[in-house]
Design a protein around this ligand. Structure first.
Ligand code: PLP
Ligand code: COI
Length: 343
């Protein structure tokens, strides 16, 4: 694959696609410690055939973004939260955590080294950062590896769900994303491998993504395939997101819970959202780093279809949340202390 050239990228029409940018960061874990790590131009990784990531899925990853502000400076959004979540995922996968300070420093190195690829302010585009860790080395038994690679690569991105802030339809699935005492709360490769088939079935049927139901009773909304779920009650006063041990603790979701309460003056709740009681909601959306806030126009569950605010227009609370969140991320609005980290 040819190296990407910034001059050949249309930053106004980015989707969510891989680019081979000039630099990525890599550190290796050997003999019980992390190497210092360095930037490398090599997008390929040469690993042993017995690597635990290949057979047993010993891997985890993160996703966050760098934003270009109006004055041209670059900033990250809550990178310490991604560092902490990755450490939790690593503990679940029996992998060595990567320290927060080094994690944030490595992110800054990758952003600076690929600065030309951070989309201009006003395009809505961002530089997506993908930290990933995996077990390598010659192994065959089902045991954690002795050696690991930690990498952070980057790519310019636009909307994850086609249409961005245009509402899309989601569909429930007969498949579970994760078990309650499984790995749902960790950002590990296997969760996404398990979601490929349900995701493909949803896409083939014309939906943006799956809305997974809880794995025990199949009556409560858990989350979308790549984003958390939220609803706004009909009176416009309450912001609700599901609570479950098998959903990914979304940095965006926790940010929205805070902003809904402190900036929009809404009541907020993490609780049950029953799939057969969607009538109480006037608005719904999917939220995450890649998804940002994607309004959900309708959810189809079997032969029932529930339309929220509209299938073509964005509801007022969703719009306000979007403007507040992205305003902070792009440096137009001052966010809570520590949310924005300058590169
Ligand atoms: N849920 C899943 C399954 C995800 O893959 C993601 C993406 O990271 C999210 C939720 C949203 O999390 P965050 O807001 O931290 O990006
Ligand atoms: C993200 O929002 O960062 C994600 O990881 C979602 C998806 C691309 C897996």
């Amino acid at each position: 694959m040819a190296k990407a050239k910034a001059s050949e990228i249309d930053f106004n029409n980015l989707g969510f696609n891989y680019f081979d940018l000039p630099y990525r960061f890599q550190a290796t874990w050997k003999d019980g410690q992390w190497s210092e790590g360095e930037l490398t131009e090599d997008a390929e990784v040469h690993i042993n055939e017995g690597s635990t990531v290949l057979h047993y899925g010993q891997s985890d990853f993160e996703g966050l973004k760098a934003y270009r502000t109006k004055d041209g400076s670059l900033q990250l959004f809550r990178p310490d939260r991604n560092a902490a979540r990755m450490q939790n995922s690593c503990a679940r996968m029996m992998m060595p955590g990567f320290p927060t300070d080094q994690f944030v420093d490595a992110l800054k190195q990758v952003v600076k080294a690929n600065e030309d690829f951070v989309p201009p302010y006003g395009t809505g585009g961002t530089l997506y950062l993908r930290p990933v860790m995996f077990g390598v080395g010659g192994n065959i038994g089902v045991h954690p590896a002795n050696e690991y690679i930690f990498r952070i690569f980057a790519m310019p991105v636009g909307a994850y769900y086609k249409g961005g802030m245009t509402p899309t339809s989601f569909v429930t699935s007969k498949y579970d994303r994760a078990a309650h005492q499984g790995t749902g709360q960790s950002k590990v490769g296997g969760n996404y491998a398990a979601s490929l088939l349900p995701g493909d079935e949803a896409h083939q049927a014309g939906y943006a993504d799956v809305v997974y139901l809880d794995p025990i009773s199949h009556t409560k909304i858990e989350e979308a395939g790549s984003a958390n779920f939220f609803g706004v009650t009909k009176d416009g006063k309450k912001f609700i997101t599901p609570e479950s041990p098998s959903i990914l603790p979304s940095v965006t979701k926790f940010s929205l819970l805070y902003l809904a309460e402190h900036e929009l003056g809404l009541e907020v709740e993490q609780g049950d959202i029953f799939i057969d009681q969607l009538d109480q909601f006037s608005e719904a959306g999917a939220c995450g780093t890649a998804a940002v806030i994607s309004p959900i126009g309708a959810i189809v569950d079997g032969d029932k279809k529930h339309v929220f605010y509209s299938e073509t227009e964005v509801g007022p609370v969703t719009q306000k949340l979007y403007d507040t969140l992205t305003g902070i991320q792009f440096g137009e609005i001052e966010g809570p202390e520590g949310w924005v980290v300058k590169v």
